[in-house]
Ligand binder design. Sequence first.
Ligand SMILES: *Cc1c(COP(=O)(O)O)cnc(C)c1O
Length: 425
Amino acid sequence: MASDPKMNPQSGLLSAEANQAAALAAYGGVLTVDLDGIIANWRKLEKTAVPAECSAVIKADAYGCGAEQVSRALSKAGCKTFFVATIEEARKVRAAVPEPTIYVLGGYFQNTGEHYAQINCRPVIGDLNELAEWDVFCRRTGWNGGAAIHIDTGMNRLGLTLSEAQAIIPRINAGDHGITLVMSHLVSAEQLNSPVNAKQLAAFRAIASEFSGVPAALANSSGIFLGAPFQFDLVRPGAALYGVNPTPEADNPMQPVVDLKARIVQTRNVERGETVGYGGTWTARRPTKLAVIAVGYADGYFRAASSNDGTRGAEVIVAGKRCPVAGRVSMDLIAIDITDLPPNAVRRGHMVTLLGEGITVDELAHHFGTIGYEVLTSLGHRYARVYKGGNVVEPLAKPAPATAPEQPPSPPPIEQPASPPPLPS
Ligand SMILES: *Cc1c(COP(=O)(O)O)cnc(C)c1O
């Protein structure tokens, strides 16, 4: 955070509140990630899958929620296995959590063995060439940190074919094979009645049973809810941890964990007949009051959520009420129609809610023309990021006193950089 050298934030020139307001003003929006909510979701998935182990998929910066913070919180809560997409992601997670097993879904590339050994993580091997290269590395260096074998059962993305997998069974039977997990990935797990689920299950069950003594994993978030036969020894939820509904045909069993607020930079009145925003696609049909907020498509609020004279766009919660987007979402700004709010309900500087207070990731995904996964992984990097919770109370620890002091009201504190830069004297 840049600071005005004349205004030493530690010198007491500004009150704490004013400091906080000034800090907030440096950002258009505040993204709050509820780590306790993520832990609660993980525990719920764990309970649903017991006795299978519940891992956590934290690729793509934990679906935009922050891989370091999420891995630290879940690790404290008891999660022992994490999945990321790349070695570089694994490196960041390893720096945050020294103990847990980390698998890299993206597979093994030639000459990357040292990286795996350096940070003690495991490749998910999805091709016989990868396996041969991995074996060469392990033989040459004596590294035996383990690797997963990914078998394709219908996705046709990564993974050994069933016959390729069959061909390595003799190696499994010979022992000392270095394979620590055998896995496959479901194509349509969110569709309860898709016949593909049963087909993949049957294929995976047959091949996994031949990898004797090797733990097996099939289910992603939605797969966990397909029932016990899909859960095997380990489940791999991602999206559900972050509040996406893993059972889109039913109510969401997960709790929301992301809250996104944006600052009102202006309120203004427009006459009936005037248009709003680029292209003039939205026309005021009455004397209209607008709130212009400091978030746009560059912050991951998709332009597809725009409205025009023909179609309604997304909604934003202003002073507790849902208000529609007026006109096109632009890069850094969105206009909201707040005509129906009581006069003086809001003013410049107030925060509005884009995500949270009943607006779910899945609702935004609907307006954005996509899925909750893309909403989360698109969350911008211009927000002030605030992390709530994550200080896990161990199951055996004493309960908190009943009269715990109340949390201070919003706005929440801005996360400070670990070590603030030296102040000019
Ligand atoms: C991303 C991913 C997951 C997690 O899927 P969700 O639907 O987010 O739960 C699990 N397994 C593999 C192989 C993945 O790529």
